[in-house]
Design a protein around this ligand. Structure first.
Ligand SMILES: [Fe+2]
Length: 173
């Protein structure tokens, strides 16, 4: 049976209202796998005519979680970053994302530099969904025409976040 963005939004709201913790987010992650693999959803929201860059697809008026679609015009390495105090779910829709997760090895006292250690490196392949808790540092490599769907507990742009150049350790302001 087809699964639509609207149905996913309603399911996510109910699931998070019932449990806004890790178990609720895991239920939403499983629904997101179904959505990211739905041919009708992909054809409507990730066809060759959609614009490059991020698109906000939905903001929940009750809980404030938001859904963003992204299509990469160019290959890109992101800096290491966290998501402030929000969780994030990344679903791969086209192509793949190379994901690197980091541990911070310094004591956090230097405001300009951090020391990062690689905790995990893996590829998110089409149809896979990864969960990233607020303070989990990670960086991504996304190839041309990589498309993904991101659900976050809140609007990330409104939260303080950490960004670190993973090659030099410089904390970006
Ligand atoms: Fe991220």
């Amino acid at each position: 049976m087809a699964y639509t963005l609207e149905a996913f939004c309603n399911d996510a709201r109910s699931l998070l209202q019932a449990d806004s913790g890790a178990a609720g987010v895991e239920h939403v992650r499983k629904k997101m796998e179904i959505l990211a693999r739905d041919p009708g959803f992909v054809a409507e929201h990730f066809n060759n005519g959609v614009k490059y860059g991020p698109r906000r697809l939905f903001v929940d008026p009750v809980l404030g979680f938001e859904i963003l679609g992204y299509r990469a015009e160019k290959a890109r390495h992101s800096p290491a970053h966290d998501h402030g105090d929000s969780w994030a779910l990344y679903a791969q829709v086209h192509g793949y994302t190379e994901m690197t997760e980091y541990n911070r090895l310094d004591d956090g006292k230097d405001p300009d530099h951090a020391k990062l250690g690689i905790k995990a490196q893996y590829k998110l392949e089409q149809g896979q969904v990864g969960t990233y808790w607020g303070s989990q540092l990670h960086s991504t490599y996304t190839p041309v025409d990589c498309c993904y769907l991101r659900v976050t507990g809140t609007d990330l742009e409104k939260r303080p976040r950490v960004r670190i150049d993973q090659n030099t350790g410089k904390i970006m302001k």
